[in-house]
Write a protein that binds this ligand. Structure first.
Ligand SMILES: *Cc1c(COP(=O)(O)O)cnc(C)c1O
Length: 830
């Protein structure tokens, strides 16, 4: 697409602009006055835009220098492809990374702006559903901090994750127009646009050598335009790139329609091209098989691969040496969402680069790596073959060929085992044929990883057992993490200062050093312990203020803040939490309140709009909250609030203010969890099942500092055929009381019947989440939590130890592992 300044590879380093107070103030004023046309009396939104542009200027030199260094011939690069990046706000994070917060604050103050108000004016970039998307954002932060040459590739959705409102206790979804007030962080780069094909059909033509070559023709094309966001490293002058694709129409007309005079129809048809990047699908753990979603997936994979190839080919003087491609490029695919990349890279190498199958396949299988995020079968993507035929006919050809060669390998390894062949096939046979994306991903990748130790083991034993037997060397584990910059240094500045006052501040970029905090858990460290308590108390004030604003519920900061925030899903068992709250309510009403530990229970999270039971759960939480909070007899002992619109920015207030972290999924169902890690780092204690990364958290902090309960994964599996909810009800008076109260309509006296579906799933012997099986053990462990709360000294010790032992859960460690085992990149500095 023409010559650009990127072609000139060797240019002098750019110098960073000055970051002192005077320079910041002058630049801010320039943007506010001359670019935005506002005066200092303006709203925080314009101040936010002016300040962000000021900072972006200060990032630009490092960004350019890093980018050029990564383009040098021979530098191996990784590309993280993800349909989701749950970034949150950028301004505060860049201030931290550039180490210019004090001067920025002072500059703003001198113009009568408050930094906090300006930070608050930024809309969250909510381009993700939950843990998977937030993980991608934490990964990028760590890669920049570790100076790893990693580029993020995603979609620039015009509408991110919906905004959740609660109306009469029910979830209401409102569009998230996050771009409306301006997006100062992104830079549009139309000169690097890519053309993406859809539809049409395959034709075979003879080339000059008389060989048949495939051509994908008569397609309806879409243009992908990249928008770049800077990803700053922590105090290291390194800035990586997140490249997000926006879809738009080509400027070609359909000539037939044009000639027949239907000019407006012809223009109108172009709307469908704009639709591809319009909205994020709000499904966290189920795929709904919509055509537009498959288009998004191919759009991302194709645009990103073409972009990587374009950049890489520039290293050569017109004659790229493809024998070096896989030595210099690696792609990490975040879940199966972008795994159509397997077939797309084959297509490009064969149809456009004119390679034979074997050469192309070797490059593909040396360049692609796949991360699995779930054990739930309903979350495994499969697409109707018919849909592929219509949208991506050439890719379907290639998938069939991959499959037939793959099945030959399977049958050589297990001759005559036709069951195994049909189990492993990339194509699922049946009345409606499907393409199994996970199988395509495994066949085309050199590395397949799970996201916590248990999860990776269960993949090998269960879901992917056949593949593990075939290729054991491909399988590995990479336990998730979270970035300590956003989740501690930025979200919890008071705790950060306290920690650094004792062990220095190296822990912020090397979290293994947080272990040096361990001696400060000692009872003799009274000053530190008092400060620790005071910081938690202040953070609880901040959280209580949020709860008051958003829920109009009063949280007393002397009570235990008991928090469960995450997507609403049956497997995460918010229902178990609610049953416990009802149990506590019953105890209070019965007068069993000796040595009572007051609790403020906070629950938050979004339900997928089509997931009706999850929406019922939200209504139940709100209904129970209304009864509990309006009962004078209960008031100082128990509170319940549902926090609307849980997102990254609210988590930055929630995690520092939590005392107890609820991680109570049915064992074997939560792949990892990362919310659990944010809470641990911020000094909350965990009540949790033996599931996902909870296991590794408990190993790190010790069983004595973790409230473990419930069935283990193998026990869940063994119980499954015999599970009978009535058994538990018959033998447990507390459970009986809770369910009777629920059934009686006590929490829905004006809306009879609305919780029938919830009651029915709880009572169903086929309930896969087996909520009632863990009720007793959960309530008993909560009783122990309450007992420890009475011993505040013990609680403080456990809290400090949780933070001190959280070093393993930094994404810096996770990224080091990806790099050592999968990517094998050298660090690059700008
Ligand atoms: C960390 C995070 C998640 C993931 O939470 P889990 O408890 O691991 O499911 C989801 N959403 C947001 C906004 C987060 O910050």
């Amino acid at each position: 697409m023409g010559h650009t300044d990127e072609d000139k590879q060797y240019r002098p380093r750019m110098e960073r602009l000055s970051v002192d107070k005077t320079a910041l103030e002058a630049s801010f004023n320039h943007y506010l006055t001359y670019f935005l046309g506002r005066s200092t009396g303006t709203t925080p939104t314009y101040a936010y835009n002016a300040l962000s542009l000021t900072l972006r200027d200060r990032i630009m030199a490092d960004w350019r220098n890093t980018s050029l260094a990564q383009k040098m011939p021979g530098v191996r690069r990784a590309n993280y492809m993800s349909l989701e990046f749950l970034i949150g706000r950028a301004l505060g994070n860049h201030l931290l990374n550039l180490d210019i917060e004090p001067d920025t604050r002072a500059a703003l103050e001198s113009m009568s702006f408050h930094l906090e108000d300006v930070i608050e004016a930024e809309a969250d970039a909510g381009l993700g559903n939950g843990g998977l998307g937030r993980l991608a954002a934490c990964f990028l932060d760590s890669c920049a901090t570790l100076q790893l040459p990693v580029t993020g590739y995603g979609i620039r959705y015009q509408y991110g994750m919906f905004r959740q409102e609660i109306i009469n206790g029910y979830q209401d979804e409102e569009p998230d127009h996050w771009l409306r007030d301006g997006q100062p962080w992104e830079i549009e780069r139309p000169e690097y646009s890519q053309r993406i094909k859809f539809g049409g059909h395959t034709e075979y033509r003879k080339n000059d050598q008389g060989q048949l070559v495939a051509q994908w023709v008569e397609t309806n094309d879409v243009i992908a335009i990249p928008y770049d966001m800077p990803v700053t490293g922590y105090h290291n002058n390194t800035v990586n790139t997140l490249r997000l694709w926006h879809s738009t129409a080509t400027d070609e007309f359909n000539l037939d329609e044009f000639n027949s005079g239907s000019y407006t129809e012809s223009v109108g048809a172009k709307n469908s091209a704009e639709n591809i990047s319009m909205v994020l699908y709000p499904n966290d753990t189920t795929e709904n098989g919509k055509e537009l979603r498959l288009k998004q997936q191919y759009f991302l994979a194709s645009a990103s691969i073409q972009d990587v190839i374009r950049q890489w080919e520039k290293r050569f003087d017109g004659a790229p040496d493809y024998s070096r491609f896989s030595a210099e490029n690696v792609f990490q695919m975040n879940d199966t969402h972008p795994t159509i990349a397997v077939a797309e890279l084959m297509r490009i190498l064969m149809d456009e680069k004119k390679m034979g199958w074997n050469t192309a396949w070797r490059i593909v299988t040396e360049s692609l790596a796949y991360t699995n995020h779930t054990l739930l079968p309903e979350a495994l993507e499969k697409w109707p073959v018919k849909l592929f035929e219509e949208l991506l006919p050439r890719l379907l050809d290639i998938i069939y060929e991959i499959n037939s060669r793959f099945l030959r390998v399977v049958s050589q390894r297990w001759p005559g085992d036709t069951d195994r062949q049909s189990r492993m096939s990339i194509i699922e046979e049946g009345p409606v044929k499907h393409v199994r994306m996970a199988h395509l991903a495994i066949a085309g990748s050199f590395s397949i990883n799970g996201v916590a130790a248990l999860h990776s083991e269960l993949l090998k034993k269960g879901l992917f057992h056949d593949f593990y037997e075939l290729w054991p060397e491909k399988f590995n584990n990479k336990t998730n993490g979270v970035t300590p910059r956003r989740w501690v240094a930025h979200a919890n500045p008071m705790m950060t200062e306290l920690i650094s006052s004792k062990i220095g501040d190296e822990w912020i970029k090397d979290l293994s050093q947080i272990d040096k905090l361990t001696p400060f858990a000692d009872l003799k460290q009274t000053e530190f312990r008092n400060n620790w308590k005071a910081v938690k108390q202040a953070n609880k004030m901040r959280l209580a203020k949020l709860v008051k604003e958003k829920c109009d519920v009063d949280f007393n900061t002397d009570a235990m803040f008991d928090v469960q925030v995450k997507r609403i899903h049956e497997y995460k068992r918010q229902l178990l939490n609610v049953l416990h709250v009802i149990h506590l309510y019953n105890q209070i009403k019965k007068g069993n309140t000796k040595d009572w530990s007051p609790r403020c229970v906070l629950i938050g999270g979004k339900a997928a709009p089509g997931y009706l039971l999850a929406k019922d759960i939200i209504k139940l939480i709100n209904s129970v909250a209304e009864v509990v909070n309006s009962d004078a007899e209960v008031s100082d002992k128990l509170k319940l609030a549902f926090l609307p619109n849980y997102n990254v920015s609210s988590m930055e207030i929630i995690a520092p203010g939590a005392d107890l972290s609820e991680q109570i999924s049915t064992a074997g169902k939560e792949a990892s969890g990362t919310g659990n890690m944010k809470f641990m780092m911020n000094g909350a204690l965990t009540i949790g099942t033996y599931d996902g990364a909870n296991i590794e958290i408990m190993d790190a902090v010790g069983e004595d500092n973790f409230f473990l309960f419930g069935l283990r994964e193998n026990e869940v599996e063994e119980l499954k055929p015999h599970y009978n909810p009535s058994d538990y009800i018959n033998h447990d008076e507390d459970l009986r009381d809770v369910l009777n109260l629920l059934r009686s309509g006590h929490f829905n006296s004006n809306e009879p019947g609305i919780f029938d579906n919830i009651m029915n799933t709880l009572m169903n012997p086929h309930d896969p989440w087996m909520t009632l099986a863990d009720f007793r053990s959960y309530v008993d462990m909560q009783q122990q939590v309450s007992a420890v709360w009475q011993d505040q000294e013990k609680w403080q010790t456990m809290s400090i130890l949780n933070t001190a032992k959280s070093g393993f859960f930094s994404t810096d460690r996770t990224m080091e592992e990806y790099n050592n085992d999968i990517w094998k990149l050298e660090t690059v500095s700008g």
